[in-house]
Design a protein around this ligand. Structure first.
Ligand SMILES: [Zn+2]
Length: 197
């Protein structure tokens, strides 16, 4: 149906999340219509991003520097850490402009079925951070799915000996995923946080 290099491009695009066969075809045909330089920039930016973006060594948010901009910002509150599952949750919370503390990205949720235990996540570095620094509050902002709940309770139990632990007030739609919540809802969820029991 497609000439071979085009078929390959469509096949690769289709592997991206949220891209079905039709979207992949539309994107591929669009790319072929663009000027050569523009396609070159797109291809190069894919490679550059993959090569240059790693994890902040403090909070594990995506960063091109060893320490991310949020951790390096002296105007942010050092005594509060918001724990999230993925970097995209940091981005969602930053958009609310309500939160002025720091973050910690654990990198997923505990899911024994998928072979993800606590040791596969950035939980030990979090415990180290909280036990070694003066932290007044840890706010856990992990979606309340079954795995998210397990992860929240697990982290809460580890951190409680060192600091106050709260969780944000979910009641969010779509299984409560942070990235799907609008900024106002998310700001309210943060505002309405409560003690983790
Ligand atoms: Zn950081």
């Amino acid at each position: 149906m497609y000439t071979r290099p085009l078929a390959r491009l469509i096949e690769q695009l289709q592997r991206l999340p949220g891209i079905g066969p039709k979207s992949a075809q539309r994107l591929a045909l669009h790319i072929l219509k663009r000027p050569h330089e523009e396609v070159q920039i797109l291809a190069q930016s894919l490679i550059d991003a993959k090569q240059q973006v790693g994890f902040c060594q403090v909070c594990f948010h995506l960063s091109a520097e060893p320490v991310c901009e949020i951790c390096a910002n002296p105007n942010r509150d050092n005594s509060t850490i918001c724990v999230v599952s993925e970097s995209r949750d940091v981005i969602a919370l930053e958009k609310t402009r309500e939160y002025r503390g720091k973050y910690h990205v654990v990198g997923g949720v505990i899911s024994p079925m998928d072979g993800i235990g606590p040791e596969q996540l950035n939980i030990q570095p979090l415990v180290r951070r909280v036990s070694q620094q003066k932290i007044d509050e840890v706010i856990i902002a992990i979606s309340p799915s079954v795995e998210g709940e397990t992860t929240t309770l697990y982290i809460g139990r580890l951190l409680k000996p060192f600091t106050r632990v709260t969780r944000i007030a979910f009641g969010l739609p779509m299984g409560g995923d942070l990235e799907y919540a609008d900024e106002v809802t998310l700001a309210r969820a943060l505002e309405g946080r409560r003690e983790l029991d």
